[in-house]
Design a protein around this ligand. Structure first.
Ligand code: ADP
Length: 462
């Protein structure tokens, strides 16, 4: 029977469920359930001679196979092509892309090195599921070594329209690499359509009658698989004794009648400055909210070695300081800005304890925080989700208050509307959202992807 092999840039320690990152959570859950092999970078950067063999450890039913990166690989592959080129361009931010030829060369050589290391561990009938933008070329490199089994790829971040995608140095090669997979999964239908257009307009691609797509002499399946969360576990986490205490503490410590919560890695795609400006507008335009509403923004540091991330940090500190200075009082701090990681169970409790969930990225593949906020709410007295129309989640969560995150006026009005929404409307919206996230949870996402890859139930239950 086939074994499931997952490859992603980072291998997370799945014995510690507190680690941030949508991918780590989703993949960790899938592998824990099925068992198998998880291959990727261990997060270490070292210039001591590197072993070509990955380091193997086991965690429950999962074997972890990990490699370190050299200083140069970290700079040019991870910080460089992956996070200073692919990340901004795929999030529609051409202005932030740093195009450097060395980045692309190292991106390719790291994928080659990874392919050799993973190749040494692969059995011919393994089902290989490769994740995200760091590893687009991995299947092509493995095929070059003679591996012929089925390869699936899931892109966790958006796929932009052709005019943006072709701004990538090496875009033709990237499309060719994508055609080494048998199945390519996207977060939304909009992403899938963008991909199809890129292939048709820039690689002489042909859409087949059965919906598959052909180019470079291969025919592949491309489809949308919106990722979900483990709704039940998250809901339970928000309802423990400790969670109740946490919520009680939150209510005691703040004089606010309405707590608004935002939880995002400190990334320029998350629309944090725009969110703070909208909150300022709320306090200006609806003065009754002063000493009544508080915005708690939890934004842990991420990719701090990339300049664009240092810039956003400075900007946010400036904005929150200015708003707190202008509006705060001895007994009220308008914005509580927390720049560090918070344990998952504490987050779950905070989501449940806050009346409004503010999820306003400028562009996001899916956004799991939106789903976690809904999962944590009390059915009888739920909070209101405000959601950016540019998050992948908006494609299936239209009972949220869907906003344009660039429009501070609209976001401020939505905060006001959320804070004053009648109980019945809150319940109706929440019930509809909850039903959908429950039906489309992370295990269904994993099952549907693997079924589309043609392995379904036959992947072994180790
Ligand atoms: P991204 O993958 O871009 O970070 P998502 O919203 O899809 O965005 O996923 C983020 C995940 O990381 C969620 O599961 C969220 O709960 C978790 N997370 C975000 N911020 C923190 C934090 N400060 N501490 C712990 N977990 C966090």
């Amino acid at each position: 029977m086939s074994r499931l092999v997952v490859a992603s840039n980072r291998v997370a320690d799945i014995s510690k469920p507190g680690s941030a990152g949508g991918l780590a959570v989703a993949v960790g859950d899938a592998l824990q359930e099925l068992g198998g092999l998880w291959f990727g970078w261990d997060g270490e950067v070292t210039d001591t001679p590197r072993s070509p063999q990955p380091r193997l450890t086991t965690s429950g039913r999962v074997t972890l196979a990990m490699l370190s990166l050299s200083e140069e690989e970290y700079e040019n592959y991870y910080l460089g092509y992956a996070n200073s080129v692919l990340w901004p361009v795929l999030h529609y931010r051409l202005d932030l892309a740093e195009l450097d030829a060395a980045y692309l060369r190292t991106y390719r050589s790291v994928n080659q090195r990874f392919a050799h290391a993973l190749g040494g561990l692969l059995k011919p009938d393994d089902v290989v599921w490769i994740h995200d933008y760091h590893l687009f070329p991995l299947a092509a490199e493995l095929r070059a070594q003679g591996f012929g089994q089925r390869f699936g790829f899931f892109l966790h971040i958006p796929f932009p329209p052709p005019d943006m995608f072709v701004a990538l140095p090496g875009y033709e090669w990237l499309i060719r690499c994508i055609f080494s997979y048998d199945l390519v999964g996207f977060q939304t239908e909009a992403d899938r359509v963008n991909f199809q257009r890129v292939v048709q307009e820039h690689a002489d691609g042909v859409l087949e009658a059965d919906g598959r797509i052909s180019a470079f002499g291969r025919t592949i399946k491309a489809d949308a698989f919106p990722i979900g969360i483990d709704v039940e576990t998250f809901r339970a986490m928000a309802r423990t004794r400790k969670a109740d205490d946490q919520i009680e503490k939150l209510r005691r410590r703040t004089i606010a009648g309405v707590n608004i919560i935002g939880v995002d890695r400190l990334d320029y795609t998350k629309g944090l400055p725009e969110r703070f400006k909208a909150f300022r507008l709320l306090l200006e335009n609806y003065p009754e909210n002063r000493k009544y509403m508080t915005l708690m923004q939890i934004a842990p540091p991420t990719r701090e070695d990339v300049d664009a991330y240092a810039d956003i940090r400075m900007e946010l500190e400036g904005l929150s300081g200015a708003i707190n200075g202008a509006f705060g009082d001895i007994d009220w701090t308008p914005i509580r800005y927390i720049h560090r990681n918070v344990a998952r169970d504490v987050l779950a409790a905070l989501f449940r304890g806050c009346e409004v969930g503010l999820v306003t990225p400028l562009r996001d593949g899916m956004n799991l925080v939106a789903k976690e906020y809904v999962a944590a709410q009390d059915d009888e007295n739920p909070g209101v989700l405000i959601l950016s129309r540019f998050a992948g989640a908006a494609e299936t969560m239209d009972e949220a208050l869907v906003v344009n995150p660039y429009d501070a006026n609209e976001v401020a009005q939505s905060m006001q509307r959320a804070a004053t929404m009648p109980l019945e409307e809150r319940r109706e919206r929440h019930a509809a959202l909850y039903k959908r996230i429950e039906r489309h949870d992370v295990s269904r996402w994993r099952r549907e992807f693997l079924a589309a890859l043609g392995v379904g139930q036959e992947v072994h239950q180790a």
